[in-house]
Design a protein around this ligand. Structure first.
Ligand code: GTQ
Length: 350
C-alpha cells in the first residue's frame, strides 16, 4: 500500500515560488494525477451525436460557408469531457462530419495524420487518394493514410455527407501535425483496388521476386455491400450471444488497415445483448443501419441510422438492437496504436 503523499500546501510559499521561477515543480503532489492506482482516469466523456440534430446544422454550414472558405466543410464531434471546441472525441480519435454539395471540390492536400471516411448520405461523391479514384457509397470505408494526397469531388445531384475519422489528436500531441497543399489530382482511369486486385478475400496479386513491392496501403476502399454480406453470413452461423464483428485489415499483411486506428464492422442481432469486455482502447461507434440501445458507463444511448456515439477507455458497454432487423455499426478504435506501444489490455466486466 502506498503512503499518503505530501501536498503542495505543505510546502513553504517561498519554496514553491522559487521552483516556479525556475520552471521546476515537485512531482509528489501530482503523482496520483499522472499515475492513478489500478486504472486510468479518462478525461473523455461518452456522448451521443444524433444525426437528426447534426444534419441540419451541417447543411446550414453549407449555406453559411462556401467550400473555398472552409477547405474541408466539417463539424467536429467534440468530447464534452474536454470543454467546448475540443478537436477530438476521445484521447486519440477525432471524428467530424463533412459536407460536400453537388459540383463542389475539396482541394488536394496531404498530412501527417491518417484518415478514413465512412459514407453516411448521398451518392456521387468520390475521393482521389494518390491518384486512385475511390467511389463513395453509403457505408463504404475509404482510407487516406498519412502522407497520401487526397482530394474530394462530387458529381451527383444531392448533398453528400460522410464521417471523417483521424488520429489527429495524437499527431497534435506529438507536435507532428502538418499539411501540404496541391492542385486537384488527375485520377488514373481504372477501378480502385477493391474492384480489381483485391476483389475477393484470400486472393492477392501474385507475389514475384521481380515485382516492385506493393504499396503499404494496397486497398484504400472497403465497399459496404461486401462487409454487410460477410456479417450476415457469419451472423447466421454464430452462436447466440456471440459478438459478430469483423476487423478491417490490410489484405497483404493482415494488420489493421491504418497504423494507429482500427475499424471493425459489427452485426447486432435483435433481442441479443452484447457485453464486450472492458478495453484499454477508446472507441467511436457509427450506426450504418438499424436501431437499438447502448449503455456506456451506465448512460443510455438510443440510436438509429447515422448516429454516432463515443466510449472512453475502460468503458462498461452493452449493445442491443431493437425490433426484428439486425443493426450494423462500425467501431473506430485506437487498439492498433496501443498494441504498438505494448499496452493494449482487456478486463472482464466487474
Ligand atoms: O477531408 O482531408 O475532418 O484534412 C479533418 C481534416 C477532414 C479531409 C477532416 C482533413 C479532412
Amino acid at each position: 500500500m502506498g503512503h499518503a503523499l505530501g501536498t503542495l500546501e505543505e510546502l513553504p510559499l517561498a519554496y514553491r515560488a522559487a521552483l516556479a521561477r525556475n520552471s521546476l515543480a515537485p512531482l509528489w503532489p501530482m503523482m496520483r494525477n499522472v499515475l492513478p492506482h489500478g486504472a486510468p482516469q479518462p478525461v473523455s466523456r461518452q456522448n451521443l451525436w444524433r444525426f437528426e440534430t447534426l444534419r441540419p446544422l451541417l447543411l446550414e454550414a453549407g449555406d453559411l460557408t462556401p467550400v473555398e472558405k472552409a477547405e474541408r466543410r466539417v463539424l467536429v464531434l467534440t468530447d464534452p469531457g474536454r470543454g467546448e471546441g475540443a478537436m477530438q472525441a476521445t484521447s486519440v480519435i477525432y471524428v467530424g462530419m463533412q459536407l460536400l454539395k453537388p459540383g463542389e471540390t475539396a482541394p488536394a492536400h496531404r498530412h501527417t495524420p491518417s484518415a478514413a471516411r465512412i459514407i453516411v448520405e448521398g451518392e456521387g461523391a468520390y475521393t482521389v487518394v494518390d491518384g486512385e479514384k475511390c467511389p463513395m457509397h453509403r457505408g463504404d470505408l475509404v482510407l487516406t493514410p498519412g502522407g497520401a494526397w487526397h482530394d474530394h469531388g462530387h458529381s451527383g445531384t444531392e448533398p453528400v455527407i460522410w464521417l471523417d475519422a483521424l488520429d489527429l489528436p495524437l499527431f497534435v500531441y506529438l507536435e507532428g501535425s502538418y499539411a501540404e497543399e496541391a492542385p486537384l489530382q488527375a485520377p488514373r482511369n481504372r477501378p480502385d483496388a477493391s474492384e480489381a486486385e483485391y476483389l475477393s478475400a484470400g486472393l492477392v496479386p501474385s507475389r514475384r521476386p521481380d515485382r516492385a513491392p506493393v504499396s503499404r496501403y494496397p486497398m484504400l476502399r472497403y465497399p459496404w455491400s461486401r462487409t454487410e454480406a460477410a456479417l450476415r453470413s457469419l451472423g447466421a452461423l454464430a452462436a447466440p450471444g456471440e459478438a459478430v464483428e469483423l476487423d478491417y485489415v490490410n489484405p497483404e499483411t493482415g494488420e489493421s488497415c491504418l497504423p494507429t486506428l482500427g475499424f471493425t464492422a459489427m452485426l447486432l442481432r435483435p433481442g441479443e445483448k452484447a457485453t464486450p469486455p472492458l478495453r484499454s482502447s477508446s472507441a467511436v461507434f457509427h450506426v450504418i443501419s438499424g436501431t437499438g440501445t447502448s449503455t456506456v458507463n451506465g448512460e443510455r444511448f438510443a440510436w438509429g441510422p447515422a448516429d454516432t456515439f463515443s466510449a472512453p477507455v475502460f468503458s462498461t458497454l452493452t449493445h442491443e438492437a431493437d425490433g426484428t432487423e439486425p443493426a450494423f455499426l462500425i467501431r473506430i478504435h485506437d487498439r492498433p496504436l496501443q498494441e504498438r506501444l505494448g499496452y493494449f489490455e482487456e478486463r472482464v466486466r466487474p
